[in-house]
Design a protein around this ligand. Structure first.
Ligand SMILES: Cc1cc2nc3c(=O)[nH]c(=O)nc-3n(C[C@H](O)[C@H](O)[C@H](O)COP(=O)(O)OP(=O)(O)OC[C@H]3O[C@@H](n4cnc5c(N)ncnc54)[C@H](O)[C@@H]3O)c2cc1C
Length: 153
């Protein structure tokens, strides 16, 4: 279980409170089917929240008595908020086959069209997508025979 304790970030919770975030891999199709029965969907989210708090209690005795709010986001939640396919939160899942794969940033037959972002950088994430945008600009500069220059702040 990966646990992120956001006690360093005052933007996450009011003074004196802390957000603890736990993430798991999950199957979109499982949740999509479950969502057809709203009560079952809500019950499963509750069951998971209970199990997570119980597991955290073992590591941090006394934690469960201090929990004031719980929120469970599923792949359907990420789909709704980000529009991403199957609620994937960082694009393609990294596998041994794709982890070093380079995806082309252009498509055959479409002039002056470039792609950047998590779906062309397996693994995604903020640093990778920022670099993806930068790299596309570099490709365009080369095509336009312009010097590619960067600045740092
Ligand atoms: C809950 C969550 C937690 C995350 N945590 C981390 C983390 O801790 N660290 C990390 O590095 N990464 C994290 N990520 C992943 C990271 O946020 C993404 O990989 C990254 O934001 C993807 O950037 P992007 O530019 O490819 O896509 P997006 O940020 O999704 O940008 C795509 C943009 O295109 C717009 N758009 C879509 N369709 C159209 C259209 N037809 N016309 C015009 N605009 C359109 C969208 O509105 C959006 O603004 C997290 C993601 C989620 C969902």
């Amino acid at each position: 279980m990966t646990v992120e304790i956001h006690n360093f970030d005052p933007a996450m919770a009011p003074a004196g409170k802390t957000v603890v975030r736990v993430m798991f891999d999950s199957d979109y199709e499982y949740w999509r089917r479950l969502r057809e029965d709203e009560a079952a969907y809500a019950a499963e989210k509750d069951r998971i929240a209970d199990a997570v708090v119980l597991a955290l209690e073992k590591r941090f005795p006394g934690l469960s008595a201090q929990v004031e709010m719980r929120d469970v986001a599923t792949p359907l939640t990420f789909r709704r908020y980000t529009g991403n396919w199957q609620g994937s939160f960082e694009g393609w899942q990294i596998t041994p086959a794709n982890w070093k794969k380079q995806i082309k940033k252009t498509l055959p037959g479409i002039e002056d069209f470039y792609m950047c972002g998590q779906w062309v950088e397996p693994g995604g994430g903020i640093p990778a997508v920022a670099m993806s945008g930068r790299n596309v600009i570099q490709i365009i500069c080369k095509k336009d025979k312009k010097k590619f220059a960067t600045t740092r702040r």
